[in-house]
Design a protein around this ligand. Sequence first.
Ligand SMILES: [Zn+2]
Length: 286
Amino acid sequence: MKTKPRLPPGHSLLRALTLTTIGAAPFGIFAPPHALAQELPQREAKAKSPKPATVFQFSTLPALSLGFYDGGLTFGEVLKKGDFGLGTVDALDGEVVILGGKAWQVRSDGQIVKLAPAVTTPFAIVTRFKPDLAQTLTQPTDYAALRQTLDRFLPSANLPYAFSIQGTFSSIKTRSVPRQTKPYPPLAQVTKTQTVWEWQNVKGTLVGFRFPAYLGDVNLPDYHFHFLADDKSRGGHLLDCQLQSGQIQVQTLRHFDMLLPHSGDFDALDLKTDQKAALKQAETGK
Ligand SMILES: [Zn+2]
């Protein structure tokens, strides 16, 4: 007689298999997979002829780091490539959050405006967000612990991922950068004049990406989140947070589509110089 696998009450074999599929993530601050998580992890693997999820990127973060802030692509075009992402506006005029097919500009004066299709961007990343992994946070966590847990949760360090983290933030610290004039200073210099906000008890969504180390010459080989409050009253580039509770959704991205600016200034940038340290300083504020 065959022995059935011993499973805790309430766990089906499907659930056990699902855990294997997602790499038996140590749940720590996560709840065991709920109904959504049971379905999602297999979506990417199960499709008969899987069409890989695409991340579209305009320009590169090292180019932005060097001070290339000329808008070269309209948000109308960006939104044709994806409904979920982040970026900035021509002349580095604030932080952009793209959520639900709309692009929102978080200006350094705190105003949040919906971007018109004709407005241009010097840097943006988008995808059509369809998560293939999901988890629910069961206990409060700070940003450092959240990153560590995501590191363990992600099936591979070799792929780009998109993240939606929707929840209640007991505190959140964001920033935005002021519009620049030419000659443009490098990003690390601009962030010295950034506006920083810190709020308590805000409901909203972190929209983010993580790129693998080998794409560090075109993006940030780290987590990068922009925040938008549910009521669109607050937002910006994430510096720190305390997440009270929330739902994490992850999309695995296996197709990278990059469009480079048609610009003599871009062509003349010295992109041989490593911008990783400068970008880390500019994006983490440390
Ligand atoms: Zn950012």
